[in-house]
Design a binder for this molecule. Structure first.
Ligand SMILES: [Cu+2]
Length: 141
């Protein structure tokens, strides 16, 4: 399992989700897409509005596609003002449970050493949980 570095601190660049529409307004300060990286926003609609995107067993959302052995930078923000949400990546980042409280932002950076398809999921039982367990990291050889 690759180790994952969680970085603290602010970012630059513009605000943009991985893809798709967003219902979000008033993102927490510092919640912006890292240069060359990805932004995952948690809310009462899931990850990057996964519920509105119809995420489920047959549809992963959001999908992050990278090339093997490159560095992956993801900023994760919890824009939910009420509850905590979790952020895990199968095989890469699931050895300890990460939960973000409302307004919290983390920056994760790791090298995608293992090719394949890996689930991005929430490991804590929030009310939107069913829609937060079908994100996907695709690492192409
Ligand atoms: Cu959850």
């Amino acid at each position: 399992m690759a180790s994952l570095l969680v970085l603290a601190g602010g970012l630059n660049s513009s605000q943009a989700a991985v893809s798709g529409p967003t219902t979000l307004v008033g993102l927490p300060p510092g919640c912006s897409k890292p240069s060359g990286g990805y932004l995952v926003v948690m809310s009462s609609y899931g990850y990057n509005d996964s519920e509105l995107e119809g995420a489920g067993p047959s549809k992963a959302w959001p999908v992050i596609t990278v090339t093997q052995n490159t560095t992956v930078n993801i900023t994760v923000c919890n824009a939910d003002t009420v509850q905590a949400h979790g952020f895990q990546i199968q095989d890469y980042f699931d050895s300890n449970i990460v939960a973000l409280v409302p307004g919290q932002i983390i920056h994760v950076s790791f090298t995608a050493t293992k090719a394949g398809t890996f689930r991005i999921y929430c490991a804590i039982f929030c009310t939107i949980h069913p829609f937060m367990v079908y994100g996907e990291l695709q690492v192409k050889p």
